[in-house]
Design a protein around this ligand. Sequence first.
Ligand code: FMN
Length: 377
Amino acid sequence: MRIGSLQIAPGALLAPMEAVTDLPFRTVCEELGAALTFTEFLSAEALTRGARKAVDRMWPSLDGRRFAVQIFGREPGVLARAADMAVEIGASVVDINMGCPAKKVTAGMCGSALMREPELAAALVDAVRRTVPAAIPVTVKHRTGWDEASVNATEFARRLVDVGAAMITVHGRTRAQGFSGQAQLAPIAAVRAGLPAEIPVVGNGDVKDVVGYQRMKSATACDAVMIGRGAMGNPWIFRSLAALARGQPDPGPPTLSERHRVWRRHADLCLIYAHEKMRVHELRKTLAWYSRGLWGGSQLRQNSGGTNDVAALLDLGEAFFSHLAGSEQGDPDAPASLFTTPADPVAKSIARNVRRGGSDQVEAEEPVAPASMAAAS
Ligand SMILES: Cc1cc2nc3c(=O)[nH]c(=O)nc-3n(C[C@H](O)[C@H](O)[C@H](O)COP(=O)(O)O)c2cc1C
């Protein structure tokens, strides 16, 4: 796929997610085949006033990989200056958030509130487009509309493309829907049909596995798919989707040792890049994510809540994966099955494979709660 003059590798995009798409998580997703990752949304006003909280979150991807910085605001000059800052740190794409439904954002008439002000939205894109170098695509992520009565994604996207938006991502819900119900695919298809073919349209909403990806692609004819919640604890979704996009067979779910390795990679990146005050929280998060659906995961999550010590948290994770590895090696003291009742797509698909191979039993340990999410946008 091309975004303006930028060629993007085949595969799916990692959605911007507040407090989730930090550098460690983006890195893990990129290493597993995400075609492009986005920072969480950053306030243009905060960036330009030099607020550390915002500036420190604008991390360039490692090893020179391409990445998008997402910004939000409603003052064209401020947004343009923030875009410049993103370009200065090496962003390959500047994305403008016009989809956030959170009150703290829409009350300032930013995010999805801009869908009710297409002329201001166009002025924002225009200001950013005029400021950043031509080689840097300016893109927008928005919803299907403000509410059911005002679904305007197609006209809105057209207006933004008129003033230079090089790619449009549509989350298939209105602002009023928040995260409830199911993402609607018809408005995404309408945006695809309503824009020039050279402007890529990205479909977003509820894609958690290969089947969901194929449904999104075939129902909307979108050029690419963006994955948010489905990648939390399952960055391997990008490996599968990159293979499919290249016309290769799906490599399938991770092995236990791949889970172990990626958990450790993610944890190590948190130790390097997470703010000191957040390290324990981030490590606990990695333990929760990568143990989901695995035998003993609930106990691990409980145990990790009982310590604030980084080394002890790492030891808990290592012991957890070693114990499970014993079950693969026939250790009689290890659990008979790696998996609990599968509640997440990775566990589900691994369990399905295991069942097909007849090599193991899938047993219920406890219901597995979905990772908690602060559904900010
Ligand atoms: C915790 C969380 C934080 C989010 N933060 C942002 C954000 O900063 N910018 C944005 O455009 N969308 C944000 N979103 C919305 C996602 O990018 C995505 O549009 C939405 O989750 C639907 O896709 P999914 O079903 O694949 O998760 C956020 C979603 C979640 C769950």
